[in-house]
Structures are given as structure tokens and as C-alpha cells.
Design a protein around this ligand. Structure first.
Ligand code: NAP
Length: 451
């Protein structure tokens, strides 16, 4: 429920941003948490502070023309939403996926603002992307697209202005092509303008692993509050991209067994535990579909593939669920199946993967629930460490960087838990994350005046 004092703000958001359901969903969740804050701290209602937080500072929409391998001209649409720079330069990934539109980018930018605040690093919130689908495109086509995308984007970004990174459909290859074009257009070797770079031109060790590792550290901290751990647990991770693969890697190192992963075509089960080497071979080397895992390993009673239309990965019984694919992929029905199978904890690797109904069901059932804006903050936190290394022309070891990541995730966990308790909702990490993130951004905005 949204508090009466905040309802008019939400009505205005609905009116101003019509036809953007994901953005409405993200704003509603935060406003639902803020009733308790404005009751204690009514000054946050002054100077239209919350209205300003819900309105992006700048939204850029542009044409991206490029030529495919057949010589045909293709047109895509590019977006960058610079949501809030009260804490530092805008920071947030770029997503290439056919489902991208302004509402999706706005919801991601809004979430990013609070997530970045939770990391404790000096970074504001932003997000970008395009409805371009890299699947099935040659390296040459992806390069020409990235160059055209950056030809417009370069005038809006910079190490002190806006620092993009990867997200769905944007990994090391795409970041390389975009950095190359930025360098060419500006005649500046400005390493700090993009993060997620490869190691040999200014990337950070552990950045590739950071989001999946970070979510695993967060869930481990939640389990510890009940004197438990990943040891011996059955885990299901959805998706099989960057976040999913490195969640599998870290869960395995903590003694858990990941038994299922997926892509948009379906999911695979390997009851003996996912073979990480084979998973990386299929997804990172061959850029293939997840069903190829079963083709290569051989189908058996314990190893099989189920098409998306024939079932949901959340029907697979597990102790811990880590949704790591995309928004609203885990529905109320999925939550009911997981609860019936006695799931203990859910850690969101993706952004807003659980529907509001699913979140409510988990909380009512006493399932430990880690929202993405806290649990997947390890990626952007390590991006900020990459910016630090670039600024000081330094390069840290993997161990040094991972130790910082682990410490940051522990701090975020404890901050969310403490804030939830302080506001009368112990164990509610959604409330804790929303309030802790909001207060940090709000304090900074108050200090900066009406801008
Ligand atoms: P990625 O490497 O592109 O992988 C995305 C994975 O999700 C792929 O396996 C993809 O399968 C699957 N997927 C996408 N849409 C799907 C759908 N509708 N149903 C089922 N599966 C679907 O992307 P990523 O970087 O891992 O990002 C995954 C999530 O984590 C996103 O929500 C992203 O915003 C969030 N996140 C990422 C980072 C980061 O550092 N990368 C940081 C914070 C949060 P297909 O190949 O079939 O599309």
C-alpha cells in the first residue's frame, strides 16, 4: 500500500509516464516502502524531493542506422536515461535486447539510482540500451551497430558525466567496440568512460564475475542470519548469461549444487550438478543455446532439457532460487511452486525478476528474500573499483578486488538488515534496501539545493 501522503506523487508518475508498466512497478515498490520514512522524517516531503527523485534528469532517444552483412540499412532506436547525479556521475549498464523501450530503461535507471547509493560509492544512476538484437548477428554486424550507437552516445557521456557498462546483450565484445569508437571520435584515451573493459586496456579483474559472485555473497550473509550456509544446498539459477554463470561458479565454491539453468528457449536440469566447464564452453565460447549443454553431455535420466512452453525452471525443487535472467520472469505461480517445494531463500541476480505478487508470497511464507537492487549491486560496485583503478592508473590483483567486493556485499547486507529493523520490519530486505538507498540519495539532494 502507498501512504496517502505519497499517493499524489504516484498518480503524477502514472500520468507522466503512460504505457510504461515496468517503470510504474519499480516506483510503486519504492513508494510503498517510504511511508514509514516520511512518518519519521516529514522534511523529505519538502521541496518536491520525492517528485524529483521519480523524474529522470535527462532522457535521450536517438536513431541508430547501420548496414548489415547483406548491405541492407537497418534502423534501431537508442536510449540513455540519466536518472540522478546527486551522488556522482550517472552510472549504469547498456542493454541490447528487442524488448528494450523507454519504460524499461527508465525502470532500470530508477532502480540503479538506489542500488548505486547502497554500494556507498560516489556514483549516480543511469541506464541505456537499444532494441537491437545481437543474437544471430556476425561480429562485423555487432561492431557496425556498436559504432553507430556510440556515434550519438559519445556526446552525452564522459568519465565525470556518465559512465556506461554492460547488461543483457552487452559483454566484453560490445564494450570493446564502443570504447574503440569513443576513442576515435573524441581523440581521447579516457579509460574511465566505460566499465567492463577487457584487462589489457583498463578493465578490472573480477568485474566479469562480480554480479554473480556478489549475489552469492549476499545470499550467504542472509543464510548466516539463520546459522546456515550454501553447504549441501540444491540451487536453481535462471538464465545462462554473465550473472548466471558466475553465480553457478561461486555457489559451487561455497559447497552448493546448482542443478538447473536456463535461457529464453527453456531450461536444463543436471541432477549431479551443472558442469561449469561445459556451461562456459556452450555460452562463452560457442555463444550457443543452453539446450546444447544436453546435446554435448548426452541426455539421461538426470540430465535433460525442457522447452520454455512445456514448463518453468521454478518447478524444479530447490533450497535456494537465484533468478538471474530478466524482469518479471518469476511469477506468483512460480513462487507458489517454490514455496510448496520448501525454498528457503531467494537472491535476485537480475533486476526486478520477481513480480510484486511473487515477492509478497515469499515474504508471507517467511522465505528470505534479497531484492536485486541490493543483491546484484556487486557488479556496479566493482565497476566503481574499475573507475578507481583507471583514475590512479593502477591494476589490482583478483584476490584484492574480490576481497573488496565481498566486504562491500557484507556491508550492503548489514545496512539493509539494520535499516529494516530500525523501521520496524526485521528481515524485510526490500524495505531495508529501498529506505537505505533512498535516504542516501535524499540527503545528498537536500544538500545540493533545488536542481
Ligand atoms: P546476459 O549475459 O545477456 O544473459 C541474459 C540471460 O538471460 C541469457 O541467458 C538470456 O537468454 C536470459 N534471458 C533473457 N531474457 C529472457 C527471458 N525473457 N526468459 C528467459 N531467459 C531470458 O545478461 P546478464 O548481464 O547476465 O544480465 C542478466 C540480468 O542481470 C539482467 O536483469 C540484468 O539487468 C541484471 N544485472 C546484470 C549485471 C551485470 O553486471 N551484467 C549487473 C546487475 C544486474 P537468451 O540468450 O535466450 O536471451
Amino acid at each position: 500500500m502507498i501512504d496517502d501522503k505519497l499517493q499524489t506523487i504516484f498518480d503524477q508518475v502514472l500520468h507522466r509516464n503512460q504505457g510504461e508498466p515496468e517503470f510504474h512497478q519499480a516506483v510503486r515498490e519504492v513508494l510503498e516502502s517510504l511511508g514509514r520514512v516520511v512518518a519519521k522524517r516529514p522534511e523529505y516531503l519538502d521541496q518536491a524531493l520525492i517528485e524529483r527523485i521519480c523524474e529522470p534528469e535527462r532522457q535521450i532517444i536517438f536513431r541508430v542506422p547501420w548496414v548489415d552483412d547483406k548491405g541492407q540499412v537497418q534502423i534501431n532506436r537508442g536510449f540513455r536515461v540519466q536518472f540522478n547525479s546527486a551522488l556522482g556521475p550517472y552510472k549504469g549498464g547498456i542493454r541490447f535486447h528487442p524488448s528494450v523501450n523507454i519504460g524499461i530503461i527508465k525502470f532500470l535507471g530508477f532502480e540503479q539510482t538506489f542500488k548505486n547509493a547502497l554500494t556507498g560509492m560516489p556514483i549516480g544512476g543511469g541506464k541505456g540500451g537499444s532494441d537491437f538484437d545481437p543474437r544471430g548477428r556476425s561480429d562485423g554486424e555487432v561492431m557496425r551497430f556498436c559504432q553507430s550507437f556510440m556515434t550519438e552516445l559519445h556526446r552525452h557521456i564522459g568519465e565525470y558525466t556518465d559512465v556506461p557498462a554492460g547488461d543483457i546483450g552487452v559483454g566484453g565484445r560490445e564494450i570493446g567496440f564502443m570504447f574503440g569508437q569513443y576513442k576515435r571520435l573524441t581523440n581521447r584515451y579516457e579509460a574511465g568512460v566505460l566499465t567492463g573493459k577487457a584487462l589489457f586496456y583498463g578493465g578490472s579483474r573480477a568485474r566479469t564475475e562480480a554480479t554473480g559472485y556478489g549475489n552469492t555473497y549476499f545470499v550467504q550473509s542472509m543464510l548466516e542470519t539463520r546459522n546456515d550456509s550454501f553447504e549441501g544446498k540444491k540451487v536453481v539459477v535462471s538464465g545462462s548469461g554473465n550473472v548466471a554463470i558466475y553465480s553457478v561458479e561461486k555457489v559451487q565454491s561455497f559447497g552448493g549444487t546448482v542443478i538447473a539453468v536456463s535461457d529464453s528457449s527453456g531450461y536444463i536440469v543436471d541432477k549431479g550438478g551443472i558442469d561449469l566447464g561445459l556451461l562456459k564452453q556452450v555460452k562463452e565460447v560457442r555463444r550457443g543455446r543452453i539446450s546444447e549443454y544436453v546435446d554435448l553431455k548426452g541426455a539421461s535420466h538426470g540430465t535433460y532439457f525442457i522447452k520454455a512452453r512445456d514448463g518453468s525452471i521454478w518447478d524444479v525443487p530447490c533450497d535456494v532460487a537465484m533468478p538471474s535472467a530478466t524482469q518479471n520472469e518469476l511469477t506468483g505461480q512460480d513462487a507458489k511452486a517454490l514455496i510448496a517445494n520448501k525454498v528457503m531463500a531467494v537472491g535476485e541476480g537480475a533486476n526486478m525478476p520477481s513480480t510484486p505478487e511473487a515477492v509478497r508470497l515469499f515474504q508471507e511464507a517467511g522465505v528470505m528474500f534479497a531484492p536485486g537492487k541490493a543483491a546484484n549491486a556487486g557488479g556496479v560496485a566493482t565497476s566503481a573499483l574499475e573507475m578507481q583503478q583507471n583514475a590512479s592508473r593502477d591494476s589490482w590483483t583478483f584476490e584484492q578486488t574480490e576481497a573488496r567486493l565481498a566486504q562491500i556485499m557484507r556491508t550492503i547486507h548489514d545496512n539493509c538488515a539494520r535499516t529494516a529493523e530500525e523501521y520496524g520490519a526485521p528481515g524485510n530486505y526490500v524495505l531495508g534496501a529501498n529506505i537505505a538507498g533512498f535516504v542516501t540519495v535524499a540527503e545528498s539532494m537536500r544538500a545540493l539545493g533545488v536542481i
